[in-house]
Design a protein around this ligand. Sequence first.
Ligand code: URA
Length: 243
Amino acid sequence: MRLDKFICKSTELTRTEAKKVLKNGEVRVNGDVAKNAAMQVHENNTITIGGQALTARGSRYYILHKVVDSICSNVDEVYPSVLNFLEVDKAFDLHIAGRLDADTTGLVLITDDGRWSHNVISPKKQCQKTYRVWLRHEIPDENLVDLIAKFEQGLQLQGEDSLTRPAHLKRVATAELVDDECYKSEVLLTITEGKYHQVKRMFAAVGNRVVGLHREQIGEIMLGDLAPGEWRELTVEEIALFL
Ligand code: URA
């Protein structure tokens, strides 16, 4: 990793402070003064600041239950970043492995391990993400089999060259069971990619409209009973799923 990143990971210094100690010639890599923040270093290098040896802290991995009107970004904008919810040191040094829209709730994975998050989000890895979806229009019994087949075969989204990958659709509540003004059916949808607004665009492609969206599961990692706005560290077993 970059030398300035290594310094941040192994001390309380911010990226700007790390750059300053580098510029001042206080940092040595294997005994030689190092001033280049972008220099690539490895765990077996001896890195010192003012003669004190640094040891890199391990990577960090969290799960958060995102609430509406928060954003998956490293900066606050109209809405606050989900990183504000994490009561950990240097939360804004972490990144989000698979973003959700501001109006989507549910499971968000947060880490500082780039390779790990790549394994979560890369379409090549085909990691399953399951969403609970509330839809404006009902899915009548007579259309259900056909609709499931369309999602399985792939949909043509506007502006995309290729069809969506096979997706698994399951209806969990029909119009008769729904006593709500806003939605008329509830489904679970499992997809293995994450195109921009993918779930909303998939339902738009079949003439329906998403009015509520909640991510419940990524791979084997489940949101479970984590309350809205709450977070926890991932377990060793959960981390190992994407190493
Ligand atoms: N698909 C969407 O349309 N929005 C999300 O937030 C996640 C998946």
